[in-house]
Design a protein around this ligand. Sequence first.
Ligand code: ATR
Length: 283
Amino acid sequence: MIVDKNEISLSGVIGDPIAHSKSPLIQNFWIKKNNLEGYYIPIKIPKGEIKKKISCVKELGFKGLNVTVPHKVDAFYLADKLTIEAQKVGAVNTLYFEDGLIIGDNTDTFGFKNCILRNFPFYNFKKEKVLVYGAGGAARAVLAVFLNERTSEIRLINRTKERAIELKEVFSDSIKVFDWKNNNEALDGVTTVVNTTSLGNLGHDSFPHTLKGVKKNGVGVDLVYNPLETSFMKKAKQEEINCINGLDMLVYQAMPGFKRWFKKKPVYSKELRKLLEISLLRR
Ligand code: ATR
């Protein structure tokens, strides 16, 4: 391949709404740190318009895109090729435009696994008994990780039970589905809890359940990161569960895209974490 030294690398994130996205902060931080000639921009695309708009973005010479709400499933069907991770999860959050093709990937599995290992270096997936709250796109990635790691017991609870049952059917019969009202039963003897719902997000209802029943010093992960201390984290604290917010997962899921578009390995530094925290506190 002939590399044009004056080439400007472009990538971005598509979604609706998109103004709140932290992806531009993360990706442009890495672009600067690597002295690259490049830009990463947020692009608002309303639901149902991805197919039409994406071909324009591709024509403009973008290397690829991150994909957020509400396009993750549409992007899955639109891609010419899918990575194994995207196939496993059934949704796409990263696109690579390569050799005229649109390749769909899912980096949430990488993000989730690495955020756990960064915060709990001795975490033994196989020994855990986990309860996952929620049955949307984020839950699919989390379930895919636990199943891949052969976690000893995986439980799932969602307000709309049918959606949880659908995931059990798609992913594995070994997943135990609980009724939203039977939270106490679902938590009994659990060692890890994960919130993949939007509960606790700024402007949404707080996480309503108690986390009583989880082993003391167990692990908690809330995929919500705004506010930085979420309602799920507060509930976890009451039960002496070591709980993190979703900021680390956000950064890790951004890494594979950057690496493949810009051919440089991004680093998750304290400086980046601080910048993200400041930007969230300002809101
Ligand atoms: P994502 O792709 O980010 O996971 P999603 O597919 O919209 O987003 O899923 C959102 C999750 O949050 C779902 O599990 C949803 O529950 P339902 O399947 O019952 O809709 C959950 N959720 C959102 N608002 C909720 C609320 N007020 N109470 C309980 N669960 C809620």
